[in-house]
Design a protein around this ligand. Structure first.
Ligand SMILES: O=C(O)[C@H](O)[C@@H](O)[C@H](O)[C@H](O)COP(=O)(O)O
Length: 236
């Protein structure tokens, strides 16, 4: 089932396994095309509890992973040894099988605070071949995506479509801990921008966000800012 709207293309899958396979195929195809065209590919993925199945499916796809750099859409300000680390999740579920040959560029750096770590990541990521070829977003029940939390004290900076930054620090009561996140322009300029959500609750949150013009959630702001329809992959 595919419902196309003006800002997003919704595709509902019968199972989470079918979604993981389809998203892995789409991302692998995009990365392979980018490698063919410019010799390398740059992928940014989200963390959390949703993407594990997708990561495992993508890790088996037969592309030139040694030409791929993987980074994160966002990261908690914790070391890779922490159970909260998105870098650890990617190492465990994605950088294995064929994808073990990919290069990983973390956002986290040991520093006195998230702002200092973001400045270090900003420098590191400057060396990459932007724009992103593919970026996979998640969404929280509060309508956040990346680490654009509705209660972030710098939300307008995080959502600024004209930001020159790659990596920004985030402080938000709803975030659990300080965060590091790619900026809105770096995400919406990706060649392939997808939102991966699962379950009835997140479908309801997404649909409400698409209707609510008064209290615009961050996911709505990103979809509105995207120059191309965001591809939404959903399963029950
Ligand atoms: O660091 C993170 O938590 C993610 O990058 C975040 O943006 C995630 O996509 C949503 O919070 C959904 O998380 P779940 O998949 O756990 O619901």
């Amino acid at each position: 089932m595919s419902l196309a709207a003006n800002d997003f293309d919704w595709t509902g899958f019968p199972t989470r396994e079918a979604l993981a396979d389809a998203l892995a195929d789409a991302v692998a195809q995009k990365l392979a095309t980018s490698i063919e065209r410019r010799g390398t590919a740059l992928l940014a993925v989200s963390g959390g509890t949703t993407p594990g199945r997708f990561f495992e499916a993508l890790s088996t796809r037969g592309i030139a992973w040694d030409r791929v750099t993987v980074t994160l859409v966002d990261e908690r300000f914790v070391p890779p040894s922490s159970p909260r680390s998105n870098a650890a999740l990617v190492a465990d579920k994605l950088l294995r099988n064929a994808a073990a040959a990919a290069r990983f560029m973390p956002l986290y750096h040991p520093a006195e605070n998230a702002a200092a770590a973001a400045a270090m990541a900003e420098q590191d990521l400057a060396a990459l071949k932007w724009p992103l070829d593919a970026a996979i977003l998640g969404m929280g029940a509060d309508g956040h995506t990346a680490s654009f939390f509705p209660d972030a004290d710098t939300l307008s900076t995080l959502l600024d479509p004209a930001s020159a930054r790659r990596v920004l620090p985030v402080d938000a009561p709803g975030a659990g801990e300080p965060r590091l996140t790619l900026s809105t322009p770096r995400l919406i300029e990706a060649g392939f921008l997808a939102l991966h959500i699962e379950g009835a609750e997140k479908r309801a949150v997404f649909e409400a966000a698409m209707k609510d013009d008064e209290d615009r959630k961050p996911i709505r702001a990103v979809i509105d800012a995207s120059p191309r329809p965001v591809k939404v992959f959903w399963a029950p």
